[in-house]
Write a protein that binds this ligand. Structure first.
Ligand SMILES: Cc1cc2nc3c(=O)[nH]c(=O)nc-3n(C[C@H](O)[C@H](O)[C@H](O)COP(=O)(O)OP(=O)(O)OC[C@H]3O[C@@H](n4cnc5c(N)ncnc54)[C@H](O)[C@@H]3O)c2cc1C
Length: 405
């Protein structure tokens, strides 16, 4: 027996779960297929290594779909200040300058995902299938996409949403190509206990080998991101925690303060990847399935949540007008809202990456000048800040605090 849905979301990570929550309470019948449930949260657990800086736009989307409370009730660390510097140039952004209480929030990815999955269970029109494995995806233009699950269930939908991450199986099966390249840099994430209490600043220093960043966590904890060549990250990761701590203290700036202990490490290769198209008849890509961006300025999941909000807006609008949800003309409206915006963000990150990893003297001079000017020209500085907070650009309704249902 085939089960028919309007929308099947493959992947119940942060972005897929946000798509489903945004469609929660609508007239659409939605299924979410997720491999594995995240571990239940308990406040005494140490922080996870995977954390993200969520923008104000992301907060607005999560509030609009009713999941923000689930984050606040678990754990988050707001930050009001952001400092960026290198040898000579130095600039600090502060939320007071644009009359906002915060610039953003550091949240463990699992916390965001759990808050969204909890919220999903409130909606009668959404079915979460988890843990679930996909045996086969049947796709051909002109017929509804089908998903065969490991337990024998066969699901069919008007639209199949690929929210299954950077290695998206859906994207590969339906033949949507990507353009990608490696940055030849890895990010070493180090979870530390610091002498300082909870901080309200996130900072990033640029040195020739790559950026060094600090993200505050609740209590006396922080997340350090040490960008370096794959070989050097491999060497650092192989050290004992005591040896790594010694290298960390010797290399990182004094503002880190005293680090009492290293509590965990993980490393990630940095890759840029962008789907050449986000849509095919009956199929659409969101989040990392559509784009992977340099984490330098912490925007990956933020742009993914904007995808989720835009897609839900387009699908609900189309269903109100009794349009075929899987029709290319409908799905292209979503692509038009998001692909160019995402490309812009990826390009800005690349320019940033290239300019700050360049040791040619005129470039060094210009970037120091840039940071110096950014510090002095307030309107330009505020514009950069508003962009990073997700307050500028072509925003979907949920990110502007407007309802879609
Ligand atoms: C070092 C680092 C730091 C980062 N920092 C930030 C930051 O500060 N801010 C920010 O915005 N972004 C940041 N990012 C990026 C962010 O982590 C990603 O953009 C985000 O996780 C993408 O979410 P997603 O839901 O699209 O994909 P994923 O998180 O990859 O989720 C995909 C989901 O699909 C499920 N799945 C996969 N295949 C299947 C299948 N076949 N069947 C069923 N389920 C399936 C998986 O189990 C998973 O739950 C960072 C990334 C890195 C590497």
């Amino acid at each position: 027996m085939k089960e028919n849905f309007d929308v099947i979301v493959v992947g119940g990570g942060m972005v897929g779960a946000a798509v489903a929550c945004s469609l929660g309470g609508s007239a659409l019948k939605v299924a979410v297929i997720e491999n594995a449930l995240p571990q239940v949260f308990a406040p005494e657990q140490p922080h996870d290594l995977r954390v993200s800086a969520l923008s104000i736009a992301s907060k607005k989307i999560l509030e609009a779909v009713g999941a923000w409370g689930g984050i606040v009730n678990r754990r988050l660390c707001p930050f009001r200040r952001m400092r960026v510097w290198e040898t000579a140039g130095d600039t600090e952004f502060c939320s007071d300058d644009i009359n906002y209480p915060e610039l953003g929030y550091i949240v463990e990815n699992r916390v965001t995902q759990l808050a969204l999955l909890d919220r999903l269970r409130d909606f009668d029109n959404v079915e979460l299938m988890c843990p679930a494995a996909i045996n086969k995806i049947n796709y051909s233009v002109g017929s509804s996409p089908e998903v065969e699950l490991g337990d024998g269930r066969v699901l069919s939908a008007k639209v199949l949403v690929a929210a299954d991450g950077g290695q998206s199986k859906v994207r590969q099966v339906v033949g949507l190509g990507v353009t990608s390249w490696d940055y030849n840099q890895h990010a070493l994430v180090i979870y530390v206990e610091t002498d300082y209490g909870q901080q309200d600043i996130t900072w990033q220093r640029f040195v020739p080998s790559g950026p060094q960043a600090f993200l505050p966590l609740t209590g006396h904890y922080g997340s350090i991101v040490w960008y370096n060549s794959p070989d050097e990250v491999g060497r650092l990761k192989a050290l004992s925690n005591d040896d790594l701590l010694r290298e960390l203290v010797a290399t990182f700036p004094d503002c880190l303060g005293k680090v009492n202990a290293i509590l965990g490490t993980a490393s990630f290769p940095l890759k840029r990847q962008h789907a050449q198209s986000y849509v095919k008849p009956g199929v659409v890509l969101v989040g990392d399935a559509a784009h992977m961006i340099n984490p330098l300025a912490g925007q990956g999941v933020n742009i993914g949540l904007l995808d989720a909000a835009a897609l839900a807006e387009v699908l609900i609008d189309a269903s109100r007008q009794s349009h075929d949800l899987g029709d290319l003309s409908v799905l292209r409206r979503y692509e038009k809202m998001r692909r160019h915006e995402n490309l812009k963000m990826m390009t800005v990150m690349d320019v940033f990456y290239r300019v700050f990893s360049n040791q040619v003297l005129p470039v060094k001079f210009l970037r120091n000048l840039g940071l110096g000017l950014a510090e002095r020209i307030l309107p330009a500085k505020n514009k950069v800040m508003r962009n990073a907070m997700g307050l500028e650009g072509n925003l979907p309704k949920l990110a502007r605090g407007e309802p879609i249902i």
